[in-house]
Design a protein around this ligand. Sequence first.
Ligand code: NAP
Length: 272
Amino acid sequence: MSPVIHNTLAQREGRNMVYVPFQVENGCVETAIKGAYALNILGLNVTVPYKGEAADCLTEKDEMAGKIGAVNTLVRTDQGYKGYNTDMLGLFRAMQSENIRLQGEEILVLGAGGAARAVAYMCVLKGCAKVYLFNRTLRKAETVAQEVNKAFAAACVTPMSLADYPLLGNGRKYLAIQATSVGLYPNTEDAVIMDTAFYRMIHTGYDLIYNPQNTKFMSLVREAGGKAYHGLKMLLYQGIIAYELWNNVKVSEAEALHVYEKMKKAMGIAHE
Ligand code: NAP
């Protein structure tokens, strides 16, 4: 989808710029980044599994990327590439565009992998009241909670086992962010928690997965009366923010939504 995002914007702005995918083999990340710099390339995106490794090949790092420990966007400077993490700001902007607020919210984050870690960090950064971090492997949730709490010098994130959600059963409704890989195509009938009691606790569910565009998690949220969203807008806005960094411009909401329509068309999503 990234070529669709950047090439659409460049074409509409009349910019002499092209975005192309490169496959980089294991062990070649540093060489690839140095080579791109030597070739005068304006910027790069880095995706799984190289978001951590790329962070070690930069001359400078944005503060948020440093704390999250992962970069997905490299911006050319006179000295080398500067690394940013636009994934999380992309998620934030996607949520803003759907009028989902984080400030003051108690948030359930499902997962403790790379994405969940960054989501937990972003939720605290944007002023949420509390994050309950649920993961199959409790130890991983504990590590992430410890790291984020240390970064903010506050006990904002509580690690939980997947089975522990009844402990929160105080009648309160939560925003839930689904950041595990469970439910990804082709395992579209899976959700990390299947129990309907869990979904009755949720007023809004945001799944980072965008393939399929209607995940089992989203269906369960809706069946329990909540609103549900998929992760395609997060992908859109992480790209828009990268484009803005590379070109030193601001992309309007109308332009972003035009690109979003192109993405949906490319993915064969007609109506939502
Ligand atoms: P990751 O580091 O591999 O983490 C995977 C997470 O899923 C872990 O918490 C893992 O739990 C959990 N998990 C996997 N299989 C499970 C199972 N059978 N039962 C219970 N839990 C299970 O992956 P990631 O990079 O964080 O990505 C997570 C998801 O976010 C992916 O689906 C990815 O596509 C999506 N994502 C979307 C965007 C976007 O732009 N929309 C951006 C980034 C990521 P354990 O720790 O117990 O193994």
